[in-house]
Design a protein around this ligand. Structure first.
Ligand SMILES: [Zn+2]
Length: 82
């Protein structure tokens, strides 16, 4: 089983993969409408919104939490070590 390199979600079914393509390393939630992977900024924005909604944090705390989560994921290791 693969996990998404951008958000860490386990990908079990072809429908979980970007474009339904099991050769992709990222999931359907981390792709743009054209099938390419979202940028760091796009992903941190959507993750921040998700944390605010699910955990009720304020925007700054949620943004920090999102950054910490993403720092552990392969897709962003280089971006976040800058
Ligand atoms: Zn993902």
């Amino acid at each position: 089983m693969k996990i998404c390199i951008a958000c860490g979600m386990p990908m079990k079914e072809p429908a979980d993969f970007a474009m339904g393509d099991i050769k992709k390393d990222y999931c359907v939630h981390c792709m743009r409408p054209d099938g390419t992977i979202q940028s760091y900024e796009e992903k941190i924005d959507s993750l921040t919104a998700f944390i605010i909604k699910t955990q009720g944090m304020d925007r700054l705390a949620a943004n920090n939490a999102a950054g910490n989560m993403m720092a552990r994921l392969p897709a962003w290791r280089e971006v976040s070590s800058k």
